[in-house]
Design a protein around this ligand. Structure first.
Ligand code: TGC
Ligand code: FAD
Length: 387
């Protein structure tokens, strides 16, 4: 038994899966961790790492073909875990590029679109963003107002998106809008130099600071017929992409929790209070036990959903349970770790406060805790309680 893997969960993974995890962790430790404190203070994403993420095959890593790594669900989950162990913003960058943008094209695009865009997105020649949320439509994307009108040779898009990760550094936006005549939600590919498309950076976030968040504006923006996603029809298509990202988040937040727990365990062992190590105090041990209990259960849950996913049996509500549960556990762990560190818990010499702040976003985006609870409730009872 080790304090970091109490139930020897590592033994459930194959050597290859663990190798993917360790290679990712090595890369993150050497090349990304040293940049995080400054990036967090400056509220910026260290863009210089983007080509390296591509060279490490971390973009769209779960997609097969088109220049992607084609990892299985477990290895992919472990990649997300190691990215988020460093910072949720780093995992977010990869989630948006791979699970939202690349997956949208992979599952809803034409063969020409896949051949054109997926290799460029995998190699980071093209950066993507995913625009579903609007100022007045977050939890309820069915009420979105962005509108696409059919004209000769294409579509005219009008409307605004808000809270869009990577928005102002993106070359390509997957945008969800209502087709005027049918009032159906439809996915479009909008390139950054299309006339009438602008993006602006949102500043002043106190969470997920190592991530670009933007507004997107479309004013009579012409989109050629070649840029409609032919199979992305209806809200269901957008929600299918979210399933991919939510799965990655369920794994990712365990990385944040592990980082906070390990920091707290080390700190409690070294901190002398009332002439003894803090870790020898019963109350401190109770907090550490709670953390390891949560992390262990979250890891088992992840392992199990990976088995279901590999069999093609994983249901959206099961992903909701994992995303909701693991975010709660990670937040709880980060709060307890912050507490164990005392005043040191609020300075950025330690990673804990950064993770705690990040996790507030992660608990909100990709469906808030309430939304996932209501989705599970609907599945259990057959009654929807959203409206
Ligand atoms: P509802 O009637 O439930 O659903 C419409 C149709 O979609 C189906 N469906 C799903 N299909 C696949 N996956 C899912 N997760 C699905 N959820 C629902 C459903 O069966 C139905 O199909 P059909 O055939 O009957 O048409 O729609 P609703 O309007 O009642 O809304 C349901 C609700 C609230 C669960 C949904 O709208 C929702 O999930 N809201 C949360 C929105 C959200 O998560 N937004 C995320 C934006 S992207 C983001 O945050 C990126 S963060 C960056 C990062 O990941 O790092
Ligand atoms: P609201 O929907 O206004 O919810 C407010 C509160 O009401 C929440 O507590 C919610 O749980 C609760 N609530 C909602 N419905 C009910 C109900 N029926 N009953 C009771 N309570 C309810 N979106 C994208 O499209 N692309 C992105 O790349 C992206 N990146 C993001 C990055 C960051 C940093 C953040 C913070 C958000 C991002 N989002 C993105 C948006 C995110 O998905 C939304 O913020 C999220 O879906 C919640 O929507 P909202 O903020 O409008 O909250």
């Amino acid at each position: 038994m080790t304090p970091y893997d109490f139930l020897d969960i590592d033994s459930l993974f194959t050597t290859e899966e663990l190798m993917v995890r360790d290679t990712t962790a090595d890369f993150v430790n050497k090349e990304i961790r040293p940049l995080l404190q400054k990036a967090h203070r400056e509220e910026s994403f260290p863009k210089q790492i983007i080509p390296r993420l591509a060279e490490m095959n971390l973009l769209g890593a779960h997609i097969k073909g088109y220049g992607c790594a084609g990892l299985n669900s477990r290895a992919y989950g472990l990649v997300m875990q190691e990215l988020e162990r460093a910072d949720s913003g780093l995992r977010s960058f990869c989630s948006v590029q791979g699970a939202l943008v690349m997956w949208a094209i992979f599952s809803h695009g034409s063969e020409e679109q896949k051949k054109e865009f997926l290799p460029k997105l995998a190699s980071a020649k093209v950066i993507g963003c995913f625009g579903l949320t609007e100022p007045d439509a977050g939890s309820d994307p069915a009420s979105l107002k962005c509108q696409a009108k059919k004209v000769k040779g294409g579509w005219i898009l009008n409307g605004n998106k808000m809270w869009i990760t990577n928005g102002s550094i993106a070359d390509l936006a997957v945008v969800w809008a209502k087709e005027l005549e049918s009032n159906q939600i439809q996915g479009f590919l909008v390139e950054k130099d299309f006339k009438g498309f602008t993006a602006s950076l949102m500043k002043g976030k106190f969470s997920l600071r190592v991530s670009v968040t933007s507004e997107l504006h479309f004013q009579d923006c012409f989109i050629p017929d070649s840029h409609i996603l032919p199979q992305a029809i209806g809200l269901k298509s957008a929600l299918e992409c979210l399933n991919q990202a939510r799965y990655g988040i369920a794994w990712g937040v365990v990385g944040s929790a592990m980082e906070c727990y390990q920091t707290a365990l080390n700190y409690a062992g070294q901190r002398i209070i009332f002439n003894k190590a803090l870790s020898s105090a019963q109350l401190a041990q109770a907090k550490l036990v709670k953390m390891v209990q949560g992390i262990t259960l979250a890891r088992l849950l992840n392992f199990h959903i990976s088995v279901l996913k590999e069999k093609g049996e994983l249901q959206p509500e099961q992903i909701s349970l994992a995303k909701m549960n693991n975010c709660q556990i990670a937040l709880q762990t980060a709060r307890q770790a912050r507490d164990i560190l005392g005043a040191n818990g609020i300075i950025d010499e330690y990673p804990v406060i950064r993770h705690l702040l990040n996790l507030e976003t992660v608990n909100t985006y990709e469906g808030t805790e309430d939304i996932h609870r209501l989705s599970i409730g609907r599945s259990l009872t057959g009654h929807q309680a959203f409206k």
